[in-house]
Ligand binder design. Structure first.
Ligand SMILES: Cc1cc2nc3c(=O)[nH]c(=O)nc-3n(C[C@H](O)[C@H](O)[C@H](O)COP(=O)(O)O)c2cc1C
Length: 315
């Protein structure tokens, strides 16, 4: 079955799912700066939603109808809940479902979700099958293994046998968290396995790829289909730009103003307190004289108008 994945450019660039970051607000900011080819939501717990409804997922699935292609990233170890949540995402207009099989968070792992899936491959297969019942294309995002790098051949082969549309690999183990460099050296072997086991499954790599230029170098060297960038947007919100250039202070401040505006626009739906905006300030307020002092002042603000007033002074 063809779906939007097959119409993506090659290579394609995706904005990684980032908890408390890639919500409807920040995705629109990245899209305004330099859009990737594909967006993911923050990870959203299927079991929690089935038990407690929308209040359990705190606005994580809020999106606008013009956001395409966009994938809902779900997690959870209960197949019935996954099926229901995936069906709901189809109704909400999502283009695909991605199953989180890499989150190292202790509570996710304890309940058998996130990286806990690596310890229970049979359930991982059941969860994928359940999500497919929504009719949406299903992908998975995982790590090389749970404790040891050499777990990857067995774990990734198992996932590749589940007929998923894309496999994104954060090139570290759960145990490594993000503390060691990503294992780029394994890409050729992983690619060979993909070619042999599941040539129709797209292969996306992730971890320590901070910009498009680096992504393109990796694609040229290894021939993967997609590049996923996460923390790179913290270093440069224009990270997906096709022709990278320096951006002015005004452009950066305008992006922050856009984020403030969108934050207000969606606040009722996302329910996020003002303080959640503070982690974003360092993205825009940097690399100019007085930036550190301004950031410090911004950390003491109480509402968006105070932020606007402070940044107007350096415009
Ligand atoms: C703040 C933060 C939140 C994250 N939230 C998620 C998430 O919701 N789902 C997920 O699959 N990975 C999540 N990750 C992992 C990233 O998607 C990505 O795999 C990791 O940061 C490595 O890629 P990078 O070096 O490009 O950032 C998160 C990472 C960070 C730093």
């Amino acid at each position: 079955m063809t779906n939007f994945w097959h119409n993506l450019p090659r290579p394609f660039f995706a904005l990684a799912p980032l908890e408390a970051v890639t919500d409807v607000v920040f995705r629109h900011v990245v899209a305004a700066a330099a859009p990737p080819d594909l967006f993911f939501t923050e990870f959203t717990n299927a079991t929690g939603w089935v038990h407690a409804g929308d209040k359990a997922i705190g606005g994580r699935l809020v999106k606008t109808s013009d956001e395409h292609p966009i994938i809902a990233q779900l997690w959870g170890a209960d197949a019935d809940a996954m099926e229901k949540m995936a069906m709901h995402c189809a109704e909400l207009g999502y283009d695909g479902i991605d199953i989180n099989m890499g989150c190292p968070d202790a509570s996710a792992v304890k309940s058998g979700g996130g990286a806990g899936m690596i310890l229970n491959p049979e359930n991982a297969a059941a969860i994928i099958a359940a999500a497919k019942k929504s009719g949406l294309p299903v992908s998975a995002k995982t790590r090389l293994g749970y404790s040891r790098v050499d777990e990857w051949p067995q774990w990734l082969e198992h996932l590749l046998r589940q007929d998923i549309v894309n496999l994104t690999i954060h090139l570290r183990t759960k145990k490594e968290m993000s503390k060691v460099p990503a294992h780029f050296e394994l890409i050729p072997k992983i690619k060979k396995m993909r070619d042999e086991v599941a040539p129709n499954t797209l292969l996306t790599i992730n971890g320590d790829i901070n910009n498009r230029t680096h992504g393109l170098e990796l694609v040229q060297r290894y021939g993967v289909d997609g590049i996923m960038i996460g923390r790179g947007v913290f270093l440069n919100p224009y990270t997906f730009e096709e022709n990278p250039r320096e951006h002015t202070r005004k452009e950066m401040l305008d992006l922050l103003r856009l984020q403030l505006e969108l934050y207000e626009k969606y606040a009722d739906q996302t329910g996020r307190p003002f303080d959640t905006l503070k982690r974003f300030f360092k993205i825009y307020i940097r690399d100019f004289e007085g930036a550190a002092e301004l950031r410090d002042k911004l950390m003491h603000t109480k509402d968006t108008d105070e932020v606007r007033a402070l940044i107007a002074r350096v415009d």
